[in-house]
Design a protein around this ligand. Structure first.
Ligand code: LLP
Length: 413
């Protein structure tokens, strides 16, 4: 399924469902996800690695709705988590703890204990102190924790600075120049088994070349570690493959990327892991919204909609581009405008100086490619209840998270 969203007779559909129907019945703002698109991207990874021992561990942070997780668990995916809360979500969705890798630079004692008790696959460790803590907690529980060390391969991912992670100056991983001595020291600790090497160099990479370069560096490292007597059996190449947000963006191809990786790892005797998030769910989702007002300040046109930075913070935080499409195409042409929300911040925009459909109050629009880091980064800022989420499967759809209520806003206070 290349793109689940398409116009049929000037009406925008997700799979076989008219989006205005969802917006009218579920209300706006509202996130909509295509199950078919999520599964097709997961399968592109799984098929691209067919014949090699591998596991595709979906990065839960991108979209942690239980129905999305359940869909992926049932398709055979593993999960990449970065918190105890994400592990809890995976378990609630019926995911197998033995398919879970635990990444992140600041795992707490309680989170490590929880993960050990649940029997996760392994920990991607980011510091010597963390390895020492896992060693002592596992020993106390009488367990052996499988460990990979997240290596910082010093590769420039050429993406937005906030989502680039693989350079020496970043907080992530352990410098590739120092990691061999860290493995040597860790090899003496009880309660852990040093099985893997991992990396994640950044997110929204529109070219696969930096990922392939990182893989090459990690493979060389695996060779050196094995020569030094550390029997590495697993290679985790992280996530990071990007998606086209604007029509001008390159369109990274999952199959082509994996074909390059296959050539590199052939015969290396490694169990391969990947942690894709965005490339599985981003294009499967859109945020539906209703136009509230139009106004002009001087020469500037504003389209004020009922979605905001509270529901989709990516434009404000990363200058991200999301296409804004009308749910029904009209004959009123286009207008150059800022598409903004009701939140009291000048940074509250979904598009700036953008030529968009000349939509009027009451019309509905969709912010596209919003399935990743959309709802997952939504907040209650300005005391806005978080939107509902809808999952589309063919010609049917259902609400997979209800819209928050005012009572939800004050719960716990
Ligand atoms: N593995 C690790 C260790 C990660 O830190 C990440 C993302 C992933 C996997 C998944 O990366 P992906 O395949 O989704 O690129 N909020 C930002 C993206 C932050 C990504 C953080 N780490 C955004 O909206 O663009």
């Amino acid at each position: 399924m290349p793109n689940p969203f398409e116009y049929r007779d000037a009406v925008l559909y997700c799979e076989d469902v008219e989006l205005t129907k969802i917006a009218e019945q579920a209300g706006t703002p509202c996130y909509v996800y295509s199950a078919g698109a999520i599964l097709s991207r997961y399968r592109a990874y799984d098929d691209g690695l067919a014949g090699l021992p591998h596991r595709v561990c979906y990065a839960v942070k991108a979209n942690s709705n239980l129905s999305v997780l359940r869909l992926l668990a049932q398709a055979g995916a593993g999960f990449d988590i970065v918190s105890g809360g994400e592990l809890y979500r995976v378990l609630q969705a019926g995911g197998d703890p033995a398919s879970v890798v635990f990444s992140g630079v600041g795992k707490t004692r309680a989170e490590i204990d929880y993960a050990l008790e649940q029997g996760i696959h392994n920990f991607n460790c980011e510091s010597e102190a963390e390895i020492a803590l896992i060693s002592s907690l596992a020993t106390r529980l009488g367990k052996t924790a499988s460990i990979a060390i997240r290596v910082n391969p010093d590769v420039d991912a050429a993406t937005h600075p906030y989502i680039s992670t693989g350079l020496k100056e970043h907080k992530f991983g352990i410098d590739i120049a120092e990691v061999e001595s860290v493995y040597q020291r860790a090899a003496t600790l009880p309660g852990i088994s040093l099985d893997g090497v991992s990396c994640h160099i950044g997110s929204q990479l529109l070219a696969a070349a930096p990922l392939v370069e990182a893989a090459r560096k990690l493979l060389a490292l695996v060779g050196r570690l094995r020569a030094a007597g550390i029997a590495i059996t697993e290679l985790d190449l992280g996530g990071g493959l990007g998606v086209p947000y604007s029509p001008a963006d390159d369109k990274p191809n999952i199959a082509a990327f994996l074909a390059d990786i296959r050539t590199l790892v052939a015969g290396a005797g490694l169990f391969l892991l990947f942690e894709p998030g965005r490339s599985i769910v981003a294009e499967a989702g859109a945020l539906l919204s209703r136009v509230l007002y139009r106004k002009k300040n001087g020469e500037k046109e504003f389209i004020i909609i009922d979605a905001s930075m509270s529901e989709l913070i990516r434009p404000a935080l990363y200058d991200a581009h999301h296409e804004i499409l009308p749910l029904r195409q009209s004959k009123f042409g286009t207008v150059k405008a800022d598409v903004v929300g009701p939140v009291c911040e000048s940074g509250d925009f979904l598009a700036v100086d953008r030529t968009v459909a000349n939509v009027l109050p009451g019309d509905m629009v969709a912010a596209m490619t919003a399935g990743a880091y959309g709802f997952a980064m939504a907040s209650n800022y300005n005391a806005r209840p978080r939107p509902c989420e809808v999952l589309v499967e063919g010609a049917t759809w259902r609400i997979v998270r209800t819209r928050e209520t005012y009572a939800d806003l004050t719960r716990g206070e």
